[in-house]
Design a protein around this ligand. Sequence first.
Ligand SMILES: Cc1cc2nc3c(=O)[nH]c(=O)nc-3n(C[C@H](O)[C@H](O)[C@H](O)COP(=O)(O)OP(=O)(O)OC[C@H]3O[C@@H](n4cnc5c(N)ncnc54)[C@H](O)[C@@H]3O)c2cc1C
Length: 382
Amino acid sequence: MVADAAARGIRERDETGRIGILSADGDEPYTRPALTKKLWTDPDFTWEQVPLNTVADTGADLRLNTLVTRIDRFGRAVETADGETVGYRRLLLATGSRPRTIPAPEGDDRVVAFRSAHDYRRLRDLATRGGRIIVVGGGYIGTEIAAALVQNGVETELVFPDETLGASQFPPALAERHQALFVDGGVRLVPGRRVEEIRAEGNILHAVLDDGGVRAGDAVVIGLGADPVVDLAAEAELAVDDGVLVDEHLTTSDDSIWAAGDIAVYPDPILGRSRVEHVDNATEMGEAAGRAMAGEEAPYRHTPYFYSQVFGTRWEAVGTVDASRDPLTVDLDDGRAVVYYRDETGAPIGVLLWNVSDARDSARAVLVDRERSEPALRARIR
Ligand SMILES: Cc1cc2nc3c(=O)[nH]c(=O)nc-3n(C[C@H](O)[C@H](O)[C@H](O)COP(=O)(O)OP(=O)(O)OC[C@H]3O[C@@H](n4cnc5c(N)ncnc54)[C@H](O)[C@@H]3O)c2cc1C
């Protein structure tokens, strides 16, 4: 998603410069959020709306199925798995994230660690075969996929470690409401459990739980979060910790190399040093990186929001969403709610908007103002 946004950012300042995109993916850049949401739940949303049309819109030279294996910083070139060398004047690293997984039968295509368009097509196929699908993990991918499957008539079971679905993110009353969406939607919940491995027993897959129990299914989706793909940057000896370190111009420790999106640890003007694995961050930072590569000197100042949507309920957030950070819930009309997460001093460090639209800028302002008075906070977003 960063690659597409960056190509557009470059074109804002430079109509003719050559842009090359080397991607390990087999599909041209596409909108990932649709893979767990609209493609399953919106009958008017079709596959044709998934690609971002990067090549047609920007004239980039896109090479798919091309894995970059090494950066030669001093020769200003990258090497690919096919043994090709591609030179650059300016390089953007946008390698995204790799889904975490658990031990499973090698090469079994009924087990999907969900991330890509290829994974979506695989799961669509599995979903049409009938039978039960087990979803592992109660985060964004697990919850969205479980909702998507059950709304498409698939018998769906969701295994997650929290006692209530969402309890590590939302305060108890909101987590109960969140969980009720899934119970009412027909998802069978297996709370308080982790899956340790997947075993194949004949035609059936067994998800082995941490208490020794077993859940049987015909396919398994793994949604256990993702790790930033920083190998290339680390091997090239760029500064890396939890991600690739960039400055306010999105430049790495090598001033010919930029990084953006899921892999970038950047100085956020409100949140401080951050790494964000969400789409608003990818598109805004990607575009800014493209502009910076084409000569823009203004620093990157955007604080991203993130969102999820299940069973028609949408929540958005800015900053920290963590139920252990002293949450203050403000219930609004029509079942809407705002949650303020606070640090040890009582200052807000995150704002969750539950079915509240058009309030992202207000949420950012709350974080800037660090308002500690509870009555004042309660009045901020209505
Ligand atoms: C299924 C799904 C649903 C999502 N839904 C939401 C949502 O609802 N809301 C939200 O805020 N965020 C959502 N996200 C997160 C959002 O999509 C990501 O944050 C965003 O895609 C990150 O963009 P990126 O360009 O950094 O990484 P990616 O989009 O992952 O792109 C990285 C690309 O780099 C390629 N690559 C990696 N290594 C190499 C290499 N060595 N050589 C060549 N190519 C390489 C990969 O193949 C991939 O094509 C979702 C993510 C997924 C997976």
